[in-house]
Write a protein that binds this ligand. Structure first.
Ligand SMILES: Cc1cc2nc3c(=O)[nH]c(=O)nc-3n(C[C@H](O)[C@H](O)[C@H](O)COP(=O)(O)OP(=O)(O)OC[C@H]3O[C@@H](n4cnc5c(N)ncnc54)[C@H](O)[C@@H]3O)c2cc1C
Length: 362
């Protein structure tokens, strides 16, 4: 059966959840579609346990509105300072449950799970159909610009040379403190000497657990865990749920919008008269050998994201958010963190609703 909605959102990760809830809260009939079985995206399904990009370098909220609302529903332990940045530890299942609670609270927000976007129809510079769904406006939150790709629109892309994928998994049964760079280095050194690809540890809210981001392949995780058990004090009884381990993709595709945010503007803390969101996360790049490079904004600085970076250049009713927003490869290496995705998603939902209201009143 062919259905018709005011606003369709493709991709139910941090950006898509925010976009769909914000659009539906304006009263528009909204549809959220994802090929996965539920909302969550990378934040809910990859094993991540730290929400980045919510705070400035003093620990103050960067964005009010939906980003803060979502984080406050999710929070189980206070934000943590890690070097120059602040992160919010969370559980992936709570991320999915929070998303479901927000989505299910809105009777004008429908969902389609286990549904891939496979076709789009553009007529007279407007998207009129996604799959079999008639649409008034559309928000691409697919992380890989699926709508733009199918419509043949201009995109930029990041790849494994600066946004290398990684396997993320929890390790439980760890009996060793990892609360300083020196303590972490004592664990990483024997791994590097044994020839394992680089990894880093992230906080995990489960007691006795840490989250591992490993730049090797999923097939090397069994060997890695066995090495830790054998050779590193405090890891003798560590275990990982190996059945669920797959690599998560940092790389993605960005739609060229009315404005292209650049890495130079991120680092300079550029402000805009049409700003709709803020970011302060460093430009974070991971090369193919798993080595991270962080370029920080000056202390006390944040940058703004203009509404024009969330509007597609050549299709009137197409908006985008999260990893798909209009940004160059350096700017997205900062704006791709989930706090920023929540903020740009929420803004895109409101922009799409405003567009529909003003086009109806013409
Ligand atoms: C290894 C790694 C470590 C990271 N570490 C952190 C971290 O510690 N903290 C942090 O804040 N961020 C981290 N990030 C970044 C962050 O997780 C992502 O950039 C962010 O979650 C992207 O959100 P999004 O909503 O734009 O896209 P996603 O969360 O990727 O959601 C996109 C959704 O679109 C759906 N989709 C795609 N194509 C289609 C289609 N054709 N049809 C239907 N659905 C489709 C997908 O199934 C997916 O659910 C990390 C990322 C990776 C890969």
């Amino acid at each position: 059966m062919r259905i018709s909605v005011d606003i369709a959102v493709v991709g139910a990760g941090a950006a898509g959840i925010a976009a769909a809830v914000s659009a539906a809260r304006t009263g528009q009939t909204t549809l959220l579609l994802d090929q996965r079985p539920a909302a969550g995206g990378t934040g809910g399904f990859s094993g991540l346990t730290t929400l980045c990009g919510l705070f400035d370098d003093t620990g103050r909220w960067l964005n009010e509105g939906f980003a803060r609302e979502f984080a406050e529903m999710l929070v189980e332990s206070p934000p943590l300072q890690m070097g120059k940045v602040w992160v919010l530890p969370y559980r992936p299942e709570t991320f999915r449950q929070t998303a479901a609670a927000l989505i299910n609270s809105l009777s004008n927000l429908q969902t389609q799970w286990n549904t891939a976007l496979t076709s789009v129809t553009v007529e007279h510079g407007r998207l009129v159909r996604l799959n079999d769904i008639e649409v008034g406006a559309v928000i691409d939150c697919s992380g890989s610009a699926e709508i733009a790709r199918l419509a043949g629109l201009d995109c930029l892309a990041t790849d494994e040379t600066t946004q290398a994928s990684a396997v993320i998994f929890p390790l439980c049964g760890v009996r060793r403190e990892l609360n300083s760079p020196a303590a972490v280095a004592q664990v990483l050194l024997p791994l590097a000497r044994a020839g394992f690809p680089p990894l880093n540890f992230q906080p995990n809210p489960e007691p006795g657990s840490i989250t591992v981001k490993f730049t090797g392949g999923a097939e090397q995780v069994t060997e890695l865990v066995a090495f830790l058990q054998r050779s590193v004090e405090g890891f003798e009884r560590c275990q990982a749920p190996l059945a669920r381990v797959t690599a998560a993709q940092r790389k993605g595709r960005m739609i060229v919008g009315e404005y292209l945010l650049t890495g130079a503007e991120v680092l300079a803390g550029r402000k805009f008269s049409d700003a709709v969101a803020r970011g302060a996360w460093p430009i974070e790049q991971w090369n193919a050998d798993g080595v991270a490079r962080f370029r920080y904004l000056p202390p006390g600085t944040h940058y703004e994201i203009p509404a024009r970076s969330l509007r597609a250049a050549r299709v009137n009713n197409l908006f985008m958010a999260g990893k798909t927003m209009s940004a160059d490869v350096d700017a997205i290496a900062s704006a791709r963190v989930m706090g920023c995705c929540l903020a740009t998603g929420a803004a895109a939902g409101v922009l799409a609703a405003d567009y529909l209201q003003s086009s109806r009143s013409k």
